[in-house]
Design a protein around this ligand. Structure first.
Ligand code: BJW
Length: 295
């Protein structure tokens, strides 16, 4: 059953059909229907830690084993997850309209796996599947490293006492995001080491608080915005729009004339829900709404 009011759907689609320069700013809500938790609100806790508190260089400096356990768990979950209909709808729009660009804050790899054309997808916050050296003087980067776990010590522990385990059925994985499940102690020597300098620990290739976004990505986006005489539309999908510079692209698009469509599960989540200013707010699961409004 459709969830979008007919009048809104018609006015949005009429505008979309005339639009040639279109942006989408996407966040964790896009992947919620694929079973991956968001950062803020329900599901934003990992064990006893706020997810946003683990996404910092300071947390990695203090406790690299804990931060690696968090990211290794998320790599594992992201690899088990499948892209949903919203990822596919955006990928299809990109194939239909060459002036469409997706700005993704997500690091889960689901848009690339939905065959979103790579030239029209900018990963603002990096990827769980890139790793790089944490050493200050080393520039080593490894891209698209889908190895899971990245080192044996980061293997998700299983419930050895599970009676349903047989030779054919593997032991059940423990949910280490739950603080009641004991977290294995990991020696620093067993964390991934940079193969280039052989000194620094490898770290996830994501952008933590206080770090610069990838320079080439920022440049491509600012070139795209500068080159557009007018931007017709920006869709703000499944993001709380609290994190900068990502959230700033909504104003940048609006100052070039863009109308704003917000797609969010929560009508009361500020600032996201306030961004549409009279254009379109589509309330609900992005995985249901996106295929409906982009059809
Ligand atoms: C659904 C749904 C469903 C649920 N369907 N919807 C200007 C002003 C103030 C501060 C700053 C500023 N400029 C920079 C800053 C500092 C900082 C910042 O923005 N802080 C703010 C929090 C105030 N920014 C930075 O530090 C950035 N770097 C930087 O600016 O460098 C320059 C610099 C350097 C040195 C000094 C000063 C400047 C870097 C930001 C990097 C953010 N990184 C993270 C972690 C990535 C790695 C990882 O994944 O672990 O990125 S934090 C986290 O937040 C992650 C996300 O990409 C990002 C955004 O979150 P998102 O996706 O919006 O998720 P949620 O959970 O917040 O929202 C989900 C939404 O979906 C909700 O609205 C739900 O309702 C909805 N939803 N289910 C539809 N089914």
């Amino acid at each position: 059953t459709p969830v979008v009011p007919q009048a809104d759907l018609e006015s949005f689609q009429a505008h979309l059909n005339q639009s040639t320069r279109i942006l989408a700013l996407v966040g964790a809500g896009l992947s919620a229907a694929s079973g991956l938790p968001t950062f803020r609100g329900a599901g934003g806790l990992w064990r006893t830690h706020e997810a946003t508190q683990l996404a910092t260089p300071e947390a990695f400096g203090r406790d690299p084993a804990l931060v690696w356990q968090f990211y290794s768990y998320r790599r594992h979950m992201a690899l088990k997850a499948k892209p949903n209909l919203a990822h596919y709808a955006l990928a299809e729009l990109a194939r239909k309209k060459e002036g469409f660009l997706t700005l993704s804050q997500n690091v889960d790899g689901l848009s690339p796996r939905a065959q979103h054309p790579a030239g029209q997808l900018k990963l603002l916050h990096g990827s769980l599947f890139d790793v790089k050296c944490s050493g200050f003087f080393c520039d080593h980067v490894e891209r698209n490293n889908y190895i899971d776990p990245i080192v044996p010590a980061l293997e998700i522990p299983t419930d050895e006492s599970d009676p349903t385990t047989t030779e054919a059925v593997q032991a059940r994985e423990l949910d280490i995001s739950d603080h009641k499940v004991p977290l294995p102690e990991i020696d620093l020597d067993h964390l991934p080491l940079c193969p280039k300098c052989m000194k620094g620990l490898l770290r996830p290739g994501v952008v933590w608080f206080g770090e610069m976004l990838p320079r080439d990505v920022m440049r491509d986006i600012s070139d795209w915005i500068k080159a557009a005489e007018q931007i017709d539309l920006i869709m703000v999908i499944g993001t709380s729009a609290k994190v900068y510079p990502a959230a700033g692209y909504v104003d940048a698009a609006r100052s070039k004339g863009a109308r704003v469509a917000v797609i969010n599960m929560d009508r009361n989540d500020e600032p996201a829900s306030g961004l549409y200013k009279g254009d379109w707010f589509f309330e609900g699961d992005a995985a249901q709404i996106m295929p409906e409004i982009l059809r």
